[in-house]
Design a protein. Structure first.
Length: 129
């Protein structure tokens, strides 16, 4: 499952919403897709982010997926895309992980930097075709 699909769904849904509705929409989507994982050993987590624009403002939607279980671990919306925002999101994801799972991400420097700062193993690859 490619996480960019989640971003497209967000974009379609958010294109006509007020900026204050972004978080409410994420919560609503989370309820529909049951984003309430349990804490357990996780081998591999795919993580990605995408930009959505709402009333001329950019927001960054992050999503993390347990690859082995096809389970969404977390989704979050941030006003910027950088290492501190990414690190915050990863810390949220780690609440559902025993140990240090390996992450797979694209080659975005903020993703790699945050994972390195947290001492987490990762593979970076280009997802573009």
């Amino acid at each position: 499952m490619e996480l960019k699909i989640l971003g497209l769904a967000f974009y379609i849904q958010l294109s006509s919403l007020r900026k204050t509705a972004v978080w409410k929409w994420v919560r609503k989507l989370s309820e529909k897709v049951n984003v309430e994982p349990s804490r357990m050993h996780r081998r591999l987590i795919a993580m990605d982010e995408t930009c959505v624009k709402v009333n001329g403002l950019e927001y960054w939607v992050y999503a993390a997926l347990d690859v082995d279980r096809s389970e969404i671990l977390s989704m979050g919306v941030y006003p910027s895309r950088n290492a501190p925002a990414t690190e915050h999101f990863i810390r949220e994801v780690l609440k559902y992980c025993d140990g240090k799972p390996k992450f797979t991400v694209d080659n975005a420097p903020w993703l790699k930097r945050a994972l390195e700062e947290l001492g987490l193993p990762y593979d970076a690859e280009s997802f573009r075709r």
